[in-house]
Ligand binder design. Structure first.
Ligand SMILES: [Zn+2]
Length: 438
């Protein structure tokens, strides 16, 4: 199994990085341009640095020896606890409701109405005199407020730039898609998206086999040398039972992103291959174990998806519910009509999703019910049927109607953009770079 990273992981002393970031890695969008000039530069303390200090000196300690107007400003960090309020946090930090009101009355201050446990706030002060207040919404965004000499407050948002890198990975599936991805250090979120890109072509619940392969080029976001998230999958290939399916991300001129095959035809189709929430089934699914079999009394004209009771069942395509009912053999079941030709059936449900009843319109991927073992079933599973003009077809192999291609006027643009991603992708497939770092 080859795996490669095309970025370099920098190992830098953590304090050095934090201090540099604290001073330089912010892009300020001032609400008003003016900022109060001060003789002493405020000590900006990042939450991480403060955490380090807390570990050394005890929680919520202040940096600086005394609360005295003549010494350098001191910083203190407060974390939002569950059920916490701004008033309580200000009181805890030693500041008054009047100082809080001066902040919340600014235009930007209105955003402080929504605070969540785990978020942090930094107070910078000379004694009781609050100079600066920062609310850290998340790792990248904070609201920063400065008290001016006349007592007024100026607010600005500060955005730290995450460093984007592209990661190329090649996996060969042995036990499950998730296990293979995890072994390659691919985030589960990327694995889910990978499966979503191909969900109209590949049944990820039943059709994945040991030896299936994938190639994926995706973006990772780094801050302070730490992975804080991921961006888009730029291109991906999946080889399922020897059959190659390719895709590439395309952003149209209005900014809408979607995945297309190399001819510019959307990966989306009128029907999903597997109408169950894949991640709930596959994350615990081991390919080396045999699929459990269920005895059915009637001749079998559908596919069974063994899944835990309560696993969400998805409408395979847009359509109208013609039946949401219960009988002895089917248990709770749903029938959906999709246009004139197609009908899908979902049997043995433990319950219907809210609002799913006869006559209701449903969207592709919408949850219509939950896996169960009602009716003639020996264990929890979804029995799924797919009919074309009244004739049962195998939903895993039936040709599916295509969704819309890239708009004609965008096709040249598509080819151009797709080509760039694919050229890089193909080059990486041929010559994967030597893995660096982890
Ligand atoms: Zn069945």
């Amino acid at each position: 199994m080859r795996h490669s990273r095309i970025h370099l992981r920098l190992v830098v002393g953590i304090l050095t990085v934090l201090i540099i970031v604290g001073f330089t890695d912010f892009e300020s969008k001032p609400e008003s341009v003016e900022r109060a000039a001060t003789n002493t530069a405020p000590q900006q303390t990042t939450p991480q640095l403060q955490a380090t200090m807390d570990a050394l000196t005890g929680p919520q300690s202040t940096v600086g020896a005394t609360r005295d107007n003549k010494v350098a400003p001191t910083s203190t960090i407060q974390s939002v606890g569950s059920g916490d309020s701004l008033e309580r946090i200000f009181r805890r930090a030693g500041f008054s409701p009047r100082q809080l009101a001066a902040i919340t009355s600014t235009r930007l201050g209105k955003q402080l109405r929504e605070i969540f446990p785990g978020q942090t706030m930094t107070f910078t002060s000379n004694g009781d005199q609050l100079n600066e207040f920062s609310f850290h919404k998340n790792r990248l965004e904070s609201l920063h407020f400065t008290f001016k000499d006349d007592g007024s407050v100026v607010g600005e948002t500060r955005t730290a730039h995450a460093h984007k890198t592209q990661v190329f990975q090649h996996g060969i599936i042995q036990e499950s898609l998730f296990l293979t991805s995890q072994a390659l250090n691919i985030p589960d979120g990327i694995t889910m998206r990978l499966a979503q890109i191909f969900q109209w072509d590949i049944d990820f619940v039943l059709d994945i086999r040991p030896g299936d392969e994938f190639f994926v080029l995706y973006e990772e976001l780094f801050l302070d040398g730490e992975r804080i998230g991921f961006g888009d999958i730029l291109a991906a290939d999946f080889i399922n039972r020897g059959k190659l399916v390719s895709s590439v991300l395309f952003t149209d001129k209005t900014g809408v992103k979607d995945y297309f095959d190399l001819e510019g035809v959307s990966m989306r189709k009128a029907f999903l291959r597997a109408p169950v929430e894949f991640s709930r089934v596959s994350s615990s699914f081991n390919l080396r174990r045999k699929h459990p079999l269920y005895n059915t009394v009637r001749p079998h004209r559908g596919i069974d998806y063994a899944a835990p009771t309560g696993t969400p069942i998805l409408a395979a395509g847009d359509g109208k519910v013609t039946t949401a009912s219960r009988n002895a053999p089917n248990g709770r079941y749903v029938v959906i009509k999709h246009g004139e030709q197609f009908v899908t059936k979902y049997l043995h449900l433990s319950k219907f999703a809210r609002g799913v009843r006869k006559g209701k319109r449903v969207k592709q991927g919408q949850v219509i019910g939950y896996v169960g073992a009602t009716g003639w079933a020996t264990g929890p599973h979804l029995h799924y049927e797919f009919l074309v003009n009244g004739v049962h077809k195998n939903p895993r192999t039936v040709p599916l109607p295509q969704a819309s291609p890239v708009a004609k006027q965008e096709l040249a643009y598509f080819k151009n953009q797709a080509k760039r991603h694919r050229l890089l992708f193909e080059a990486l497939k041929k010559h994967p770079p030597v893995a660096m770092g982890q």
